[in-house]
Design a protein around this ligand. Sequence first.
Ligand code: HEC
Length: 105
Amino acid sequence: MRSFYLVLLATSLLYGLESWELKEGSGKALVKVACTQCHNERTITPNRGDREDWKAIINLMYSYGLPKLTPEKKKIILNYLSVNYNNTIFLRRKPIHSQWDKINF
Ligand code: HEC
């Protein structure tokens, strides 16, 4: 029983410590400028996905009114998101593609 409480404590600490702010990393500043005009970082950071998943997200954001990104900027943003918010890293919710598969764009 004691180990159960220890696991519970460790898990809640892990969840509590995970910040919703954008992680430090190359490209962060650009993501902040391009992606927090309509919603804050909290909408982005609980998501996980590979490059293709994040590409689909950017296309979805275009449909919401995200101004067209230059290919260079899009590449930097995709690099940042697929490295820092990849679906192989500690999961908090289902990877994006498990939901996108069910949506017909
Ligand atoms: C023109 C406004 C706008 C911009 C700019 C924008 N978004 Fe969004 N985004 C939205 C709207 C609207 C939603 C839907 C919010 C909701 O479902 O409550 C959303 C939702 C999201 C979600 C959650 C999707 C889900 O259902 O899991 C993610 C992730 C996301 N945006 C990422 C981004 C990223 C990355 C960028 C920058 C490339 C970006 N957004 C820029 C409007 C925008």
